[in-house]
Design a binder for this molecule. Sequence first.
Ligand code: HEC
Length: 117
Amino acid sequence: MRIVIRVAALAAFAMLAAGCNRTAPPTPLDQLNAQQMSGHAVFESQCARCHADRTDQKLHGPALLGVFKKPYLPSGAPANDDRVTDTILHGHGLMPAMGNTMDQQDVNDVLAYLHTL
Ligand code: HEC
């Protein structure tokens, strides 16, 4: 009896530990709403050459998979819309400013898409 309890406790612990390390997967592309869809298109044209979105592969910049599911951006800045908007408009470190090639609508849409990752 006692061993059963121990095994159950171990199993529960293992599930908890696994759960902590895994963030929820991105929303499937065919379930995106209209704004998230256009954000995906903006991402493909403006960000994808330097950032992976649906894998954790590092390209020129860090992967953006789960970017808003973590508390901090790779730089350590808080992961929120303001901070990411700032990064897009003004650049950050080796990332160029994208403010000239994107309007406010593009920025809003790409943020909406990033929230689905
Ligand atoms: C020409 C390549 C390039 C493009 C295009 C690009 N990025 Fe980046 N991005 C980078 C690099 C390189 C970094 C790492 C910057 C650093 O810390 O030096 C980065 C960092 C970031 C970060 C993390 C910032 C932080 O504080 O850690 C975010 C978020 C980001 N990019 C979003 C985007 C989005 C959204 C787009 C498209 C609108 C985009 N990037 C387009 C190269 C790029």
